[in-house]
Design a protein around this ligand. Structure first.
Ligand SMILES: NC(=O)c1ccc[n+]([C@@H]2O[C@H](COP(=O)([O-])OP(=O)(O)OC[C@H]3O[C@@H](n4cnc5c(N)ncnc54)[C@H](OP(=O)(O)O)[C@@H]3O)[C@@H](O)[C@H]2O)c1
Length: 419
């Protein structure tokens, strides 16, 4: 079976090299020889550590009838969308690691693929076989919830901030120097990368056809040392969590930093590692842990898809986005989310301020579970509090009203608590 690799960068180079280096076991496990026949790059002059033949002519590879599988590893959205469509129309199987492509076009591509294999294991949590677990291993279950730590950059930064007291700006620069964060880190620290992965999982588990703009996405940029201190004081850690949760006939899909109990398994996923906890109605909680990025780890998942296609052969239907649709679930709106909240208010340290804030919270049906006041200087203090379970809309409205009432000297910060 011949493979054309579109994009021979970090992941593509590893795919080509592992297919070469582990050829013996891959051939044995596939039942046929898998040949990395050609790779496509944009700059043929770039020095790279691969032996695969290279070209910059994508169409020549797509039009080559001897190529059975197109592996899309170039990144982006619209350009790979066109390439994958062309490959599928030509009847070529496709493997991709591209979560951004799938976040926007997974349903169109599934329709187009029909019986042609179209696989994407590496698009979510890199080397962790979470797609396989959800589609196959947990297929007997109604999925009650999925909670993931699926952005290694954010997890590395938060781990350093919490364990070593490093501030956000310092750890962001360090992450950029180490190559963990991009020069423009928004995609990672803003929660968008994790959201793309969540949307894919949300489709497999619940058949929810949502786009990034339909769901709640918040990043880690506003987390300050006082939030970490408060979390520590009450046995919480802070993680950028991706949450997919079924509540009656609605599905919550959200990405945001969250306080979670230090005793939970997922709270122990530190550094650049990824972790995903899935609760099924029959199996209970299962937990998946591993490298969410990196050339070889991601290539491991890409090659698993290639081997699977080689084993099944062409003509097998793609599995995935329609397993649970008999439940007729719909996406819960952001306003309807209910959880506990941690709130941080910077206030003038004078009589009446606390009463004003407490009154507005009370009027919005928000009751306070814990509260601490920490002086910042002679005139200002931080008021830190945790609420009982409240409605997102009520909390958002309350924060607006508190700002409008002039009760605070800076924009209030809210972090959701996932007990
Ligand atoms: N890196 C990871 O750890 C990781 C983990 C999970 C998923 N992914 C996903 O895997 C995909 C690839 O990521 P990566 O990190 O390997 O990216 P990368 O290192 O930037 O590699 C991209 C490759 O695509 C080629 N390319 C880009 N645009 C092209 C064009 N218009 N025509 C021809 N070739 C083009 C580049 O060519 P040049 O080499 O000539 O520039 C390069 O070889 C992305 O969708 C990413 O989200 C990556």
């Amino acid at each position: 079976m011949k493979v054309g690799i579109i994009g021979v960068g970090t992941v593509g180079a590893s795919v080509a090299n592992i297919l070469r280096d582990n050829k013996d076991i891959i051939t044995e496990r596939s039942g046929c020889e898998i040949e990395p026949a050609i790779g496509v790059v944009s700059n043929l002059n770039k020095k790279r550590d691969v032996t695969i033949e290279l070209t910059d002519d994508i169409d020549a590879v797509l039009n080559d009838d001897s190529i059975d599988i197109i592996v899309e590893l170039m990144g982006g959205i619209e350009k790979p969308y066109e390439i994958v469509k062309k490959a599928l129309v030509k009847g070529k199987a496709v493997v991709t690691a591209n979560k951004a492509l799938l976040a926007y076009h997974r349903y169109e591509l599934q329709d187009l693929a029909g019986d042609t294999p179209f696989e994407y294991e590496a698009a979510v949590a890199g080397g962790i076989p979470i797609i396989n677990a959800l589609r196959d291993g947990l297929t007997a279950n109604h999925i009650q919830s999925i909670r993931g730590i699926m952005n290694g950059t954010c997890n590395y930064m938060l781990t350093k901030m919490i364990n070593e007291g490093v501030d956000y700006d310092t750890i962001l620069s360090e992450s950029q120097e180490l190559g963990y964060a991009e020069a423009d880190p928004t995609f990672d620290v803003g929660g968008f990368d994790a959201a793309h992965k969540l949307l894919i999982l949300g489709s497999i588990a619940y058949d929810i056809d949502a786009k990034p703009e339909d769901i709640l996405i918040e990043g880690i940029q506003d987390i300050a040392p006082e939030d970490i201190d408060f979390a520590n004081e009450f046995n919480y850690t802070i993680k950028l969590l991706t949450i997919a949760k079924k509540i009656d006939k609605k599905v919550e899909l959200r990405v945001h930093p969250a306080f979670i109990s230090k005793d939970e398994m997922i709270a122990k996923v530190d550094g650049v590692m990824n972790g995903v906890s899935v609760i099924g109605d029959k199996v209970g909680e299962t937990m998946y842990y591993g490298a969410g990025a990196g050339g070889d780890a991601t290539a491991s998942a890409v090659i698993a898809n290639i081997v699977d296609i080689a084993r099944r052969g062409k003509g097998s239907p793609m599995l995935g986005f329609e397993l649970d649709n008999s439940e007729d679930l719909t996406l819960m709106s952001k306003d309807e989310i209910q959880t506990k909240y941690y709130l941080r208010f910077r206030v003038e340290d004078k009589a009446g301020v606390l009463a004003k804030i407490a009154t507005i919270l009370g009027e919005q049906n928000i009751s306070i579970e814990k509260m601490i006041q920490k002086p910042l200087n002679k005139t200002c203090a931080n008021l830190l509090l945790a609420t009982h379970t409240s409605l997102e809309k009520d909390v958002v409205d309350a924060l607006k009203k508190i700002e409008q009432a002039g009760a605070v000297t800076a924009k209030p910060v809210m972090i959701r608590i996932e007990d």
